[in-house]
Design a protein around this ligand. Sequence first.
Ligand SMILES: Cc1cc2nc3c(=O)[nH]c(=O)nc-3n(C[C@H](O)[C@H](O)[C@H](O)COP(=O)(O)OP(=O)(O)OC[C@H]3O[C@@H](n4cnc5c(N)ncnc54)[C@H](O)[C@@H]3O)c2cc1C
Ligand code: FES
Length: 419
Amino acid sequence: MSLGKEKAKQYLEANEEAIKNIEEIIQKEQIECEFKRKDAYVFTQKQDEIPKIKKEVEVVQSLGLPAEFVENTELPLKILGAIKFPNQAQFNPCKYTQGLIEAMPNVQIYENTKVIDLKTEENGYEIITENENKINAKYVVIATHYPIINIPGYYFLKMYQSLSYVIGAETSKQELDGMYINSEEPTISLRTTSLEDGKNLLIVAGMDHKTGEKKDLSEEYEKLIKIAKQIDPDCKIKYKWCTEDCIPLDKIPYIGEFSNLMPNVYVGTGYKKWGMTSSNIAANIIVDKIMGKESPYQEVFTSTRLKPIKNYEEMGNMIKEVVKSLIIEKLKIPKKELENIKKGEAKVIEINNKKVGVYKDEKENLYAVKPVCSHLGCELSWNNLEKTWDCPCHGSRFTFEGKSIYDPSIQDLDIIELE
Ligand SMILES: Cc1cc2nc3c(=O)[nH]c(=O)nc-3n(C[C@H](O)[C@H](O)[C@H](O)COP(=O)(O)OP(=O)(O)OC[C@H]3O[C@@H](n4cnc5c(N)ncnc54)[C@H](O)[C@@H]3O)c2cc1C
Ligand code: FES
């Protein structure tokens, strides 16, 4: 509601319309992606969250959309109250995307083709790929998750990334009727999907935190497993993974023109872990813009906005972090320092005011990198769970060998050779 009642209503309606739009596409193209209408719940296990939840029910109702406060859910967890949003939807996004690809046989899709730059030329744009191929286009949509172009656009001043953990547990318990997320921290999100052998997969996600911010991550999966066991003590953990999403400072996705200085370039980003409907909203707004049509929702998501930015503190941190860059030219590490690193762990070692990130694997092989993000030069943090170097500024992530695995960075880290 930070943008006022009218825009809040448009935001909700845009998301409701996106669900209908996705459902229609699935029906029309006969995409088998386990699409099901289900109720969504935002629950709490804390008494002091109840007034906030009740207030949100009132707000949503006042915007003319159905929501109700419930005291009980089907979950075998101690829940004190929840908002019920009826008739939302669940589907398998990978199967949906595959179905979309099959529905567009004349569209050429190039996989494993990394874009590294976008240049203005006489009749539009030249898109440069990693292997130095060039693609010419009049219209460009930047949908690389975090935009890889820094200036203009300046999205690095408007967004950070949040990392979440997910487990998939095989269960013989019946499928959940609803989808669940809690209102407090740490985040817990729960749903089930059916497996082929008649069993179900319980998906528990959460423990969100700003990428690169938290020091000890070793227990994150264990915390989710504990919740899964509360739901089904006999469940078997089959999958574990973690991933991140872009969070705008004012929590509203950026959809539309990339920058006033780059006509015909569009962007869809900042979906804040709500990308299934937000990406559909983005697709419709951007298509309308290219076709010269007005979209009723474009104003809410205006991507060129720098204001209102409510969270000045975070913005201040970001700027501070962006300028906190380091330059390392040479390195010599005393043997003793390296011996102090335990197997499977990493350390940032400082010698003569120069820093190097060293990881020691289980076989005692050493991997040294310059722990400085190749995006905009922030100092990287060690992720002791995934064995990656993570950037606290905008969420780029790198393997212990320095390979860039998450945007907005597109370059690997500098490798340090140890003498
Ligand atoms: C744990 C978790 C749970 C979530 N649950 C939900 C949920 O229940 N509902 C929901 O709606 N959303 C959910 N989300 C959010 C949703 O997954 C994201 O918002 C969405 O996937 C982001 O879409 P995107 O198109 O911006 O980026 P992506 O899906 O990451 O797509 C970006 C694409 O761009 C490509 N790319 C990147 N850089 C380049 C480059 N340089 N050159 C060429 N290609 C490039 C990538 O390979 C990728 O294919 C969840 C997210 C997380 C982390
Ligand atoms: S992701 Fe931007 S500086 Fe690292």
